[in-house]
Design a protein around this ligand. Structure first.
Ligand SMILES: Nc1ncnc2c1ncn2[C@@H]1O[C@H](COP(=O)(O)OP(=O)(O)OP(=O)(O)O)[C@@H](O)[C@H]1O
Ligand SMILES: [Mg+2]
Length: 871
């Protein structure tokens, strides 16, 4: 039986195996997998790695060299050549067959090496960013790449971890998972041990509800646990179906535009080719020749290089960025970076330094107080969730050598009882600890959220009722500290007389407000400069943070982001999408947001913009996934990294600026190719159509068309290495289908006009007007076509005067020169007759430069006159 989930159908045998495992006791499972809680031995791991292979799903695997080679042969261009070569061999035209075989090999090698290079680049980048998990082997726990995990491995889980493979839960502490990547359901699911051994008539659908089963690609929202791996790689529930965790990013404008253009080119070809075939078959009477001619035209019009040019452009961009410590996980992200016009970012660590330091621990009256520090330390030290910078700052402060005296009076022999993990809606974290004397419940969190659960306060040395007056004084104190740029956490506690063993969120009440912790979170020195550069390049920077308004305004002011007003999460929650889109353009600060609200704001922005999101917390994962480009850092949590398409090895907004410029460069160089292709295809179609109608012979031999095509392909492969005019990088690069079509409709016919002039010259001046002189005609057009089309790239590549005002790179210059030279070698070299070329009279050599120059000049004038946008 099959049933469907968000990821597709999965087989019953897999569910059965997992369900059977879920019914066993932990000891039984360990025995079955021949492992223990101290983990496998090194030799056993090696054995199992051989047996089970890498823990990866197929889609992530590298495409084999053979496959790429196969694909290189499957290209339409090559197939036509193969057919032509076979036909030539059969008709005893051995010279032709040999030449065509050489062309086939050349084209295959070209394509193969380029594809392998692109793939290698992207694989190498992916490997720099390996997801790891904590695996216990031989009694030691260490972070290891997820791909190396084998069945029987013992893994340790904590907040922010991705589940590396399907696993059986051995122990759990408040373990909540996000299974939305497989079920689509975004509510956290609690996982626990033992409750599962009731033999209910379990159906497949319920497998995700099994509290002791964990699935590959899901992630830990909070809590901690230990599990043993059951199945890895393709043997996992979803292994043979889909890619890990991340839901696929939506298509971008670029993808859609590219698809539309490819479709258009193919339609153009499909319409034109039969017409050309019919006309030539009727007027020239030679069916075979007409057929091969039509086929060659089809090959010439196939945008077969498009995917390769796009890929090698992206790979080139990604490699350049890697040198600047920007790792691109999904190649497409390079292009998206170029189109970004809004950058949303969280605050801590991005705009501010990673170095949060605890500055003061104050009692409710604002006086330095050591008890507040003790409470905070108990909270940060004993919590098992994701220790973020705030927790780290508290622990570091307590552990400083010169604070030993102060910490000496920390209650002794503390034991942890329970904890209520942090979440981004409550914005607080509770830990319960006890010793011989007391059991404390200690909460720390955002000021308002902590104040909200208190009914008493430490005031003037005693515990008093939290009166409205005192409350007002506390709010004022908090505001004062915020105004100084201090990040504040509130601390509260309760000494429990009835000692409970487990605690829940509903227990967070009736607490005593103990005081405030003030952190300094200074902005980065480079942040202001980076924000300014981004703004100069027409990228708006917005802050989406979980922190409060005052402090965010403070930081925004320092780094140069508009900070006159802000919206809070709960205001956003009360608004409709339309209402939000009304205010979102004008406001750059959104505060006290939960993770879902961050993602929602991005989704709304995407209606009008291409949006990048930069963040490093687990709370940023949904936003990172939603954005067109998700940007994170290497030391972020697994889920966060998995959700991102770009990873910064050095956390700086300045390198992001480089990334955006590189993305724009890639876009512009890709567009050069696309523009040339659609204009020349359009022009060539027109010329061929007219020539077919009016000429008594074919305007070019099919073999000649193929040679020409191969030479272009070769020359255009240099485009990713071209320079781009600095001034065109100033603005983001939205895709414009209309502009492209306009371009083709202007410059296609312009090139046809010069084809017609050439036809007229060959016909009237050189008297190539009968079938016997077809060779002369064809040679003449071959050279004009090749040279004009090779050189016009210099006109189309810039809005400025080519060569003088805008230099292209040496790669493009030499590739073009090489292409033209190759053309001459073809026409006049030893293979002249094989290709059906002939020598040209002296007067042609006057005509050729004239026609080429006129064509280039007219194109250049037109592009200025008509203000053609070359972006
Ligand atoms: N470990 C913690 N213990 C207690 N409270 C915390 C902790 N971490 C965060 N908070 C509270 O939750 C709020 C939101 O969390 P956090 O600042 O990490 O969100 P964010 O959106 O990532 O913000 P930022 O833009 O500053 O990175 C914090 O301002 C703080 O009040
Ligand atoms: Mg954060």
């Amino acid at each position: 039986m099959l049933f469907s989930t968000k990821k597709g159908a999965i087989t019953q045998s897999k569910t059965d195996a997992l369900l059977a495992a879920s019914q066993l006791a932990p000891e039984e499972i360990l025995k079955q997998l021949q492992t223990t809680t101290t983990g496998l031995t090194a030799t056993e791991v090696e054995k199992r790695q051989d047996q089970y292979g890498l823990n990866q799903v197929v889609v992530n695997a590298e495409v084999s060299r053979w496959r790429i080679l196969g694909q290189s042969f499957l290209d339409p261009f090559v197939i036509v050549l193969i057919v032509l070569a076979v036909v030539s061999a059969l008709t005893a035209d051995y010279d032709g067959a040999i030449v065509m075989t050489m062309m086939i090999l050349l084209s295959v090698v070209l394509r193969f090496t380029q594809e392998v290079r692109s793939q290698k680049a992207s694989q190498a980048l992916k490997q720099m960013i390996a997801n790891t998990c904590a695996v216990t082997r031989d009694g030691f726990t260490a972070e290891r790449p997820m791909t190396e995990v084998v069945p029987g491995d013992i893994i340790q889980l904590q907040t922010g971890d991705l589940i590396p493979a399907d696993a059986y839960l051995l122990t759990a502490k408040d373990l909540f998972l996000n299974q939305s990547s497989i079920t689509g359901e975004s509510m956290p699911v609690e996982k626990f041990v033992g409750a599962d051994r009731l033999n209910d008539a379990v159906t497949g659908q319920q497998i995700f509800d099994h509290p002791n089963l964990l699935f590959m690609g899901t992630d830990v929202i909070s809590g901690a646990g230990q599990a043993v791996i059951l199945k890895t790689g393709r043997a996992t529930l979803f292994g043979d179906l889909a890619k890990l965790a991340t839901a696929k990013r939506g298509t971008t404008q670029f993808d859609r535009g590219l698809r539309r253009i490819s479709k258009l080119l193919i339609i153009m070809m499909c319409v034109l080719v039969p017409i050309v075939f019919a006309i030539n078959a009727i007027t020239k009477g030679d069916l075979t020749q007409a057929f091969f001619f039509a086929v060659a035209i089809a090959v010439g019009l196939t945008p077969e290089m498009l995917p390769m040019v796009v890929n090698s452009n992206l790979a080139k961009g990604a490699t350049t960025l890697a040198k600047k410590k920007v790792i691109v996980k999904e190649l497409r992200a390079v292009q998206n970076l170029g189109a970004v016009d809004v950058l949303c970012t969280d605050k801590t660590g991005t705009l501010t330094q990673d170095q949060i330091t605890l500055m003061s621990h104050l009692d409710p009256q604002g006086v330095n107080d050591q008890e507040v520090l003790h409470l905070a330390y108990m909270n940060s030290n004993y919590q098992t969730g994701w220790k973020n910078l705030l927790d780290q700052a508290v622990i570091d402060y307590g552990n400083l050598p010169n604070h030993q005296a102060m910490m000496a009076s920390l209650p002794a022999d503390l034991q942890k009882v329970d904890e209520i993990p942090f979440d981004f809606n409550r914005r607080r974290l509770t830990v319960v600890v006890k010793n011989q004397q007391h059991q404390w419940m200690v909460t720390k969190g955002a000021f308002e959220e902590v104040l909200g659960i208190c009914n008493r306060v430490r005031w003037n040395g005693s515990i008093q009722k939290l009166t409205p007056d005192i409350k007002k004084a506390l709010i004022q104190l908090n505001q004062q500290l915020n105004d100084q740029g201090m990040r504040i956490l509130g601390i509260a506690y309760r000494i429990d007389v009835h000692e409970q063993a487990t605690y829940e969120v509903s227990d967070e009440n009736g607490m005593v407000f103990a005081g405030l912790m003030g952190f300094l979170d200074p902005e980065k020195a480079s942040a202001a400069q980076a924000v300014k550069l981004l703004q100069q390049h027409h990228v708006t920077v917005k802050i989406l943070t979980g922190d409060n308004g005052t402090i965010t305004q403070h930081v925004a002011g320092k780094v140069g982001i508009k900070n006159d007003h802000f919206y809070e999460g709960r205001q956003i929650a009360a608004m409709t999408d339309e209402e939000i889109s009304q205010i979102i353009e004008d406001c750059d600060l959104f505060v006290k947001l939960n993770p879902v609200q961050k993602a929602r704001l991005i989704k709304i922005l995407q209606q009008q913009h291409t949006v990048a999101y930069m963040g490093d917390g687990i709370n940023d994962a949904p936003a990172l996934r939603q954005a067109d480009v998700g940007i994170s850092v290497d030391n972020a949590a697994d889920v966060t990294k998995e959700a991102s398409s770009v990873i910064l090895l050095e956390k700086s907004l300045l390198v992001l600026e480089d990334g955006i410029l590189e993305g724009r460069t890639v876009y512009r160089n890709t567009m050069k190719y696309i523009r040339m292709t659609i204009a020349s295809n359009f022009g060539n179609s027109l010329s061929v159509l007219l020539a077919s109608i009016f000429l008594p012979f074919l305007p070019m031999l099919s073999l000649q068309i193929l040679v020409q095509n191969l030479i272009y392909d070769f020359a255009q492969m240099s485009l990713p290495w071209d320079h781009v005019d600095r001034q065109t990088l100033l603005k983001p690069t939205p895709w414009q289908t209309k502009g492209l079509l306009r371009f083709a409709l202007i410059f296609g016919p312009v090139s046809s006009v010069f084809d017609l002039i050439t036809f007229a010259f060959m016909w009237f001046v050189l008297h190539a007007d009968v079938a016997a002189r077809a060779g002369l005609f064809q040679t003449g057009w071959f050279l004009v076509g090749l040279i004009t089309q090779s050189l016009v790239v210099f006109v189309y590549r810039t809005t400025r005067v080519p060569f003088f005002k805008s230099r292209s790179s040496w790669q493009v210059v030499s590739a073009t020169a090489g292409a033209i030279l190759l053309g001459f070698v073809m026409v006049f070299g030893p293979l002249q007759h094989t290709f059906g070329f002939e020598n040209l009279p002296a007067i042609y050599w006057l005509f050729l430069p004239a026609v080429v120059l006129c064509y280039l000049a007219l194109s250049d004038v037109l592009k200025k006159l008509l203000k053609v946008k070359l972006n």
